[in-house]
Design a binder for this molecule. Structure first.
Ligand code: ATP
Ligand code: MG
Length: 260
């Protein structure tokens, strides 16, 4: 009968969960003799904060860089919303709504805070001219929303004169402003004070309400436990443990991180 929905029209099984926002299946990456990722399968679901844990050299940053398109896997599959995709450049990951705060902060010292936040994605008017005032206002706004750090209320200040924590705040502000679907944070709190760290972690947890999921890489299991809904522990390039928050404890996670 016309207009009737036939069973064969219904794409995957009715009632099934939506596919993850992002999924890496069986990905591997080698640097010469070093096997940084060995058959890693990892996903980020809707409205969740995933804690990516593991000792030094476990492969966490490599996985983060792969998700953000800077590192290309040697093998494996990447899917976004259940469909195979290629993520081979920053432009590719931006298109998927992935924003990254890298462990080694990538800021340009001789440029202002505002220029650093909007670098490569400047706001322009319809004639193609940059809207400096608008960008400066937004820079102040975003710096006050995620991590408010004393001394960086002036968006024209040169980044080269900022402290480590202040630079970190600018890097966070940049990712936060462009946040769309997934925020990747690789050791974001290493240069932050206790209060700034708490603000950032609360902010990350709050992003779920705006439909933004996050991946938090940290060596601080207390921070991870505070905000993450699920944990993935890596060791020597492999995923060695996975658990939802309600299935594990800080002690349990510590065991898995140090037992390598
Ligand atoms: N560009 C590179 N060239 C060569 N080897 C690399 C490169 N990047 C990472 N590696 C190696 O890959 C392995 C995984 O490194 P990765 O940076 O992903 O670890 P990590 O889990 O982020 O560690 P950390 O907690 O110390 O930041 C390490 O043995 C590292 O030396
Ligand atoms: Mg790292």
């Amino acid at each position: 009968m016309q207009g009737e929905v036939r069973v064969t029209d219904v794409v995957p099984e009715a009632g099934s969960e939506p596919p993850p926002l992002y999924e890496a299946r069986n990905v591997s990456k080698r640097y010469g003799n070093v096997r940084a990722l060995i058959g890693v399968t990892f996903h980020v679901g809707c409205r969740e904060v995933v804690g990516l844990l593991g000792d030094n050299g476990a492969g966490k940053s490599t996985l983060i860089r792969m998700m953000s398109g800077i590192v290309k896997p040697d093998s494996g599959e990447i899917l976004a919303d259940g469909k195979p995709v290629r993520v081979e450049s920053r432009a590719d990951s931006e298109r998927l709504g992935i924003e990254t705060i890298y462990q080694d902060i990538a800021l340009v010292d001789p440029m202002s805070i505002t220029r650093n936040i909007f670098m490569g994605r400047e706001i322009t008017n319809r004639f193609g001219f940059m809207r400096h005032k608008r960008m400066a206002e937004l820079a102040v706004d975003v710096l006050q929303s995620a991590v408010h750090i004393a001394g960086i209320d002036h968006p024209d200040a040169e980044v080269g004169f900022l402290s480590g924590g202040q630079k970190q705040a600018v890097a966070i502000a940049r990712a936060v402003y462009f946040k769309r679907r997934i925020l990747l944070l690789d050791e974001p709190t290493s240069a932050l004070s206790v209060r700034e760290t708490e603000r950032l972690l609360a902010y990350v947890a709050g992003l779920k309400q705006e439909n933004v999921s996050s991946v938090l890489v940290t060596h601080n299991l207390y921070h991870a436990f505070m905000v993450c809904d699920r944990f993935v522990v890596m060791s020597h390039g492999q995923v060695v443990f996975e658990a939802a928050k309600e299935e594990t404890t800080i002690e349990d996670l510590t065991d898995h991180v140090i037992r390598t």
